[in-house]
Design a protein around this ligand. Sequence first.
Ligand code: ADP
Length: 613
Amino acid sequence: MRYGSKRLGWIFALVVLVPGILLSVIAVRSIDREEAYIEKQLEGTLLAEVVYLASLVETELGRIESELTDSAPVDPLADPGSVLVGWRDASALVTSPFLLSAQFEILWPRGNGDLDEGELSFLRWNSDFLSNRLEVPVFENIALAYKDEIVPPTETEKRSVGILQQQAKSQFEMNEEVQQKLYEQAFEEGRAAQSRLLLPSAPAAGQQEEPPPSIFISRDLRLDEITKDRDQGLIPRFVEERLSLLFWKRLSDGLIVGCVIADAELRDRLISLIPDVYTAVRIITLVDEQGRPLAAPEEIEARDYRRPFVARECSALLPLWEAAAYLTDPGAVSSQAGRVAGVLWALISILFVSILVGGILVLRAVRAEVLLARQKTGFVANVSHELKTPLTSIRMFAEMLETGRQTSEGKRQEYLSLMVSESERLTRLINNVLDFSRMEQGRKHYAMEVLDPVALCRELVDNQRPRYEQNGFHLELRVRTGEEGGRGAAAAETVWIQGDPESLKQSLLNLLSNAEKYSGEQKSIEVEIRREGRWVYMDVMDRGRGVPAAQTKRIFEEFYRGDDSLTAKVRGSGLGLAITRRILRDHGGDVLYIPREGGGSIFRIQLPVVDNQ
Ligand code: ADP
């Protein structure tokens, strides 16, 4: 039995505990990653928005360029002042218009005319550049500048320029080695990249503390180099660290007309590209070369716009400008992760507890089944033996009588009574087994009648007494059915109960037989019947070794046999008490075990009294 439980324990550990623990460990690990996972997801979504915004900015710049190309004066030479001022007044995009000769001579505004403050400062900052004396940095996407080195030449022939550019950009973005190599190469060629202004904090950006280099590298060019091979364009110009965008267009006679694009209008147009600057989750905006957002919600606490969650540089025409996304509530990710983790923890705990409880229940059920199976096996062995023993003695005595060799009448009588008692034992056993199977199948019927329990008891005890006395037992019946109950008033009143006499006899016989079987040395059995209030009690008492406290509940279970040395010596089916209890409960009564003072057992039958007699 021990060995069996140990093995069950192993199976339990293997089938329930180990998978349960493994499952929990996996779940706990995934909870740990929950925050990073949510951040990663957010990063993906926001990056898509930001990339989209950057592409909108690029498109808008193209649109602005063509708008200005269309609106630029065609023949301003005759009266540059009024034509250019007219252009400025007509277009919100235009401030500080200018006109250059084919040789980069500033034709308008002229320093000697009566210029306003704006025109004067324009000249102050731009005249060197416009008259082709000063080089300015011109920016280019590094991936496009070196696209031939990124994309293999075999592909260069096959694809269109647009696709090649896209391919170069994405390969540059994905490959850190290529990035490093090209930045070094650009540096050697004097085309350095500035550092970005913004330092994204999303997981992909890692733990870096320094903003990464810009994807736009610059080289210094003069105006003639910039305008060579082209008819119009935009030029970003940093003046005192402020960015302004110049527009230029070559006219038919080689003249160049242009303007500074109005900063406010440019910003307004770009801001209007952002569909929804502010939501509960994120803020999306453009950040200018000073690290300031073009549009931002009003917030109680100042936000560090240089630390976005994700950001993308927009255009080579707006170096240092970035499309950036911020988490509206930076703590939201961890609190959301916390919430998800809470739910997961709860689920895991429920899972674990149910696995454990389920496992324990299954284990107990299996254990009970194993025990029952074992008891049944024991039962079959015991019953076979129980059947065989009386049969063998009956047969032996019958044969002895048959031979007629035994002439003494006394002996013959003894043999006959032994045969009777053995067949009674056999009958009792068979009755028990049959009854048990009937009860199991729900086919047990009682022939109920109103009867006198005292008479029933007396008849039974009187019948059994000779046999018990033969076996050296003293069997005594005490009747105390007086109203005072138990005070010695013998048979003062007849008590009636309702019951099936055969079943009740069988119950009493089972108890008597147990008293005999488990009595040991002191062979004294007492049966006491008495009435107390609405109950009749029949106590079967012996002076045997009693039932150990640990077994008192179990002895009434089917197939249960006490496992000690005494029981081991005594054969039995383990059904007697179970059937007795079932019969009595079916009669509205019960059978109980009570330890007897001075040693021994009391098995007490209790049955309800009926008073219609
Ligand atoms: P069986 O006697 O065939 O084993 P029972 O159902 O009649 O089966 O009894 C169950 C167990 O209860 C016995 O195995 C024995 O250990 C214990 N028992 C029953 N009657 C007595 C008694 N009078 N004294 C001591 N133990 C008893």
